[in-house]
Design a protein around this ligand. Structure first.
Ligand SMILES: Cc1cc2nc3c(=O)[nH]c(=O)nc-3n(C[C@H](O)[C@H](O)[C@H](O)COP(=O)(O)OP(=O)(O)OC[C@H]3O[C@@H](n4cnc5c(N)ncnc54)[C@H](O)[C@@H]3O)c2cc1C
Length: 436
């Protein structure tokens, strides 16, 4: 079952967002690329603060928290439609107060934090005054909870963290880190880890390597290999209960994945729009490229992929909004959306880039950035294979094995059964056809 539409008042907000992002946000990417995740210098503050103010005045600032967490209560469908609009622009999420990894961190602090933790970390995060980082992946274990080694041991009322974490995005600019560490290695895997809120300037946090995404320049966001060497946090640094780390990480990732998927939709649509313009403007033997059958095929295939994917993500968002939360059916579809993000971003961007010829491969078009994101969708928030596996498990839950070694749809048995059911009619047919 599905039944969703956009209310006229909200459609007006979306239309305002489309115009605002094109007119006010897109130019920031051209002048200050790679600065959206940093505490702004005074001259930049003068430019971006009024834009953030406009977003606040429209009631569209930091909308990602649900009403139960003190947010505005936009459902996932509305949030998805907003993410689609802001995603082609690096600065989009920052100007709307929904930049990662801060959104996910805000969500878990709102959900599991004490009043003190919320006041200390959540409020400045939601106000856009500080940035944060999420430190879960490890160099030897990836994101596999069974492979985690970074640990936190009790020392009196304090916790002492030791270990290494890889690809902690924005660790340089973060005011605090959300760190997942093993606190009890002897219990079942999903109860071994706890989550900690660690101020970035705590002694013992060292940048072992400053890794970056693809060939981004040094001023772009870092994804660092960090060493935690006897990093001490008080009892108030523990988020939630000891052993709740895995559950908290799941809460954080589930909502984030659907937002990422809709960002992939927005980026693919941006690439498709560019392709549609180009094939009507560029001529080949005196006729627009758009008259070539293979070009038409590329355009239609991209359109079909984007539309199918968009509807799939929106239906998943709608299912979450129905109040069922993250049911197995929703988890299944989030996993599938994660897999599709990488495929659709790859296919649609590749076709659009290709249709632009050499210009598409140059640094004079925005394809380089879009293209480099495509393989990322297949890795961040867990690799494609793990989502294919979990989706398959959830799909198969709704199906039973056949009762014997032949499939239930094996035709000879079904034909026999159908013939037995209609035996009377078949006998009459035989008599009739056999009559002279
Ligand atoms: C841009 C970016 C930003 C990131 N930011 C953060 C961050 O802020 N904080 C953080 O903690 N992490 C972050 N990550 C890390 C991300 O979560 C991990 O890269 C991801 O979970 C995969 O782990 P891995 O890189 O160790 O890959 P691996 O686990 O080593 O996987 C490598 C390959 O092994 C295969 N494989 C892995 N698992 C399976 C499986 N279950 N079934 C079959 N095959 C499998 C797949 O082919 C996979 O691509 C970020 C990653 C990227 C790319």
């Amino acid at each position: 079952m599905w039944d969703f539409s956009t209310e006229p008042e909200f459609e007006q907000q979306l239309q305002w967002m489309r115009e605002f992002t094109r007119a006010e946000v897109a130019p920031l990417d051209l002048v200050w690329p790679h600065h959206h995740h940093k505490a702004p210098a005074p001259w930049l503050k003068k430019v971006i603060d009024p834009l953030k103010q406009e977003v606040r005045a429209r009631g569209l600032w930091a909308c990602h928290l649900g009403p139960e967490l003190g947010g505005r209560g936009f459902g996932q469908v509305q949030l998805s439609l907003m993410n689609e609009i802001i995603s082609p622009f690096q600065w989009g999420p920052t100007i709307f107060g929904v930049q990662g990894p801060d959104t996910g961190n805000a969500e878990i602090i709102a959900h599991y934090g004490t009043p003190d933790q919320r006041q200390r970390y959540l409020e400045p995060l939601l106000n856009g005054e500080i940035f944060s980082a999420f430190s879960m992946t490890e160099p030897q274990g990836g994101a596999d909870p069974l492979g985690f080694e970074c640990s936190a041991a009790r020392d009196g009322t304090d916790w002492v963290i030791n270990g290494r974490k890889f690809f902690t995005s924005n660790s340089e600019e973060a005011a605090f880190l959300v760190v997942m560490a093993v606190t009890d290695p002897d219990v079942e895997p999903h109860r071994r880890m706890s989550m900690f809120l660690v101020p970035r300037d705590t002694p013992g946090i060292e940048v072992t390597r400053r890794t970056q995404y693809m060939n981004e320049p040094p001023e772009a966001m870092d994804h660092a290999l960090l060493t935690y060497d006897n990093v001490r946090v008080g009892a108030d640094g523990l988020l939630g209960e000891p052993g709740q780390g895995f559950e908290i990480a799941q809460t954080r990732l589930s909502g984030g994945r659907i937002h990422h998927a809709m960002r992939a939709v927005g980026q693919a649509q941006y690439a498709l729009d560019m392709a549609c313009e180009r094939v009507q403007s560029r001529t080949l033997r005196g006729r627009p490229l758009a008259h070539q059958p293979l070009v038409q095929q590329a355009i239609t295939e991209s359109y079909a992929q984007v539309e199918q994917f968009r509807l799939f993500v929106l239906r998943t968002a709608w299912r979450i909004d129905q109040g069922d939360g993250y049911t197995p059916a929703v988890r299944r579809d989030i996993a599938v959306a994660k897999v599709l993000s990488a495929q659709v971003a790859h296919d649609v961007t590749r076709r659009a880039m290709h249709l632009h010829g050499a210009l598409g491969l140059s640094n004079e078009m925005p394809f380089g950035g879009l293209w480099s994101l495509a393989p990322g969708y297949a890795i961040w928030d867990g690799p494609t294979e793990s989502h294919l596996s979990s989706a398959a498990r959830l799909i198969l839950r709704d199906h039973e094995p056949s009762v014997d070694d032949l499939p239930s749809q094996w035709l000879p048995r079904r034909v026999d059964a159908a013939r037995a059911r209609f035996s009377e009619a078949l006998a009459e047919q035989e008599a009739y056809e056999g009559a002279p």
